[in-house]
Design a protein around this ligand. Structure first.
Ligand SMILES: Nc1ncnc2c1ncn2[C@@H]1O[C@H](COP(=O)(O)OP(=O)(O)O)[C@@H](O)[C@H]1O
Ligand SMILES: [Mg+2]
Length: 276
């Protein structure tokens, strides 16, 4: 069963801007799904449909097999938590703690449960010491982590992250990668994220959708998508440097196994050099 699904989803913005064209997307339980594509591909528009922020021009979005409607919107937002691309769109309370508590309070949870959830969420994102800080004075990466904590404190079944690593420094990217792994593995959450960081995609994704001009132009596992280097280049993306290097060595007759993540590539090189 799919926990989240779109069927022939089309979105046309005012001014006849066709941002999504007949999109069929599925997210099985307990998977990590990446949506990759250049700026303007329609990723944020798609994600805003996942918890009913936008209404389809045509087609539908189903959460636990039920079409999102005005009636079940509240229920849907308990199941699907969306972290916006820009944390400033999401953070508005005077302290980090209050900000993270906002969602759980709105769910009607009692004070003790809220306190517990806020504590756990801040611990997960490594911001326990920031409880009383003013969110607007934090760095971009810290704000992103506050925004993520605010959503995971609501314990959604599906966590949707729109460009979680955009604008972060390399350490920030590593931290976010680590959190995503951690909560998807420990909580069994389905995680859907968009990104231009294809090395992050290789690390995290069980399945990838490649988006361009409001349509999916390819989909599949990391291997199925990353072997389509020309297609990725045609939509202004690029295969990460390690698989690209291995692929080029293989083309020249070097006997080396393909590797998409750093660890896989390291193992492949060690084997190829007879060091394992
Ligand atoms: N509120 C809006 N009104 C009109 N056009 C929009 C709006 N938001 C996005 N668009 C347009 O829709 C297309 C898809 O945008 P978006 O979903 O933000 O793409 P991405 O997240 O992949 O960069 C772009 O052409 C963008 O200019
Ligand atoms: Mg976007």
């Amino acid at each position: 069963m799919y926990i989240l699904e779109t069927q022939n989803l089309t979105h046309i913005y005012k001014g006849n801007i066709n941002a999504l064209n007949n999109i069929s997307f599925v997210a099985p339980h307990n998977t990590r799904i990446a949506v990759i594509g250049p700026n303007g591909a329609g990723k944020s528009t798609l994600f805003k449909h996942f918890n009913g922020i936008l209404k389809p021009t045509s087609g539908k979005v189903l959460v636990r097999r039920e079409t999102i409607t005005k009636k079940n919107l509240k229920e849907v937002r308990k199941i699907v938590g969306l972290v916006f691309q820009n944390p400033d769109d999401q953070i508005f309370s005077p302290t980090v703690e209050q900000d993270v508590a906002f969602g759980p309070v709105n769910l009607g949870l009692n004070e003790d449960v809220v306190r517990q959830r806020v504590h756990e969420a801040l611990k997960t994102v490594g911001l326990l010491d920031y409880r009383t800080r003013v969110p607007h004075h934090l760095s971009g990466g810290e704000k992103k982590r506050v925004a993520i904590a605010g959503i995971i404190a609501m314990e959604p079944e599906v966590l949707v992250l729109d460009e979680p690593t955009a604008g972060l420094d390399p350490q920030g990217v590593r931290e976010i990668t680590h959190f995503i792994k951690k909560f998807s593995e420990t909580c069994g959450m389905t995680v859907i994220f968009s990104t231009h960081h294809l090395s992050l995609t290789a690390e995290l994704a069980d399945y990838i959708y490649v988006m361009n001009k409001g349509e999916f132009v390819a989909e599949g596992t990391v291997e199925q998508v990353f072997t389509q280097a020309d297609l990725l280049t045609s939509v202004r993306l690029e295969v990460p440097v390690l698989p690209k290097l291995i692929s080029s060595l293989r083309d020249r007759g070097v006997d080396i196994e393909m590797g998409y993540t750093y660890e896989e590539a390291e193992t492949s090189f060690l084997k190829a050099f007879g060091k394992s």
